[in-house]
Design a protein around this ligand. Structure first.
Ligand code: GRF
Length: 206
């Protein structure tokens, strides 16, 4: 019997992207198991969502672990999962974790990278910048995590219109709907082994 595809999910906030993965497993869309949820802060609703679904949780408080958080995560996940999914995760990962899980760590970012990405661009700030700039299209990006900030090869993107009357909050709400489609879709490509990466290009084989 082929082993089921195993994932770790890293969270830092409300966990709506974690919830979309849980829902996708429950609906049968994703044939994988969430082995653990790892958070870089305590008392966030994402941990409640994990507990509600009997998923093991680890809290690695960023102000305690600081620069060693990547090595701590590696100790937890090495040899235990096939893919690491950053779902609303806010700490920068680097070092052996990135090397050991090369091309097997993915992140969802709430803009069309390279726009509104990189250092300091996370959460509502991304949408504030998009509304302020006056872009007509925004969206979300699922990408491979490398040692940079939002710089890895792009797996898939989903676009949304930006309306004249949009606020950062109304745009965030529209993008979040697409995030909850994009992240499970990207995970499915890994489960089905359809991802091929050549230099910066990600090819999704049918
Ligand atoms: C989302 O906008 C996600 O794109 C970003 O963090 C925000 C919160 O995600 N990475 P979640 O609700 O905690 O999954």
């Amino acid at each position: 019997m082929k082993n089921i595809f195993k994932i770790a999910v890293l969270v830092s906030g409300g966990g709506t992207n974690l919830q979309s993965i849980i829902d996708s497993i429950n609906s049968g869309y994703l044939n994988c198991s969430i082995e653990m949820v790892i958070s870089d802060r305590k008392d966030i609703y994402a941990l409640q969502r994990a507990n509600n679904n009997n998923i093991k949780t680890y809290v690695l408080e960023k102000n305690i672990y600081k620069e060693s958080i990547s090595d701590e995560i590696l100790k937890i996940v090495e040899g235990k999962v096939d893919l690491i999914v950053l779902a609303g995760w806010l700490s920068h990962l680097k070092g052996n974790l990135i090397d050991t899980f090369q091309n097997r760590i993915i992140n969802i970012h709430p803009s069309l990278i390279p726009s509104f990405s990189g250092k300091g661009m996370y959460g509502i700030k991304v949408h504030e910048k998009a509304v302020e700039y006056g872009v007509k299209i925004s969206g979300c990006t699922v990408h491979i995590v490398d040692s940079g900030m939002d710089t890895g090869p792009i797996i898939l993107q989903r676009a949304v219109p930006v309306l004249t009357e949009d606020t950062a909050e109304s745009l965030q709400k529209r993008v979040l709907v697409e995030e909850h489609v994009a992240l499970p879709e990207a995970i499915k490509y890994f489960i089905e082994n359809k991802i091929e990466i050549i230099n910066r290009k990600v090819i999704i084989n049918s």
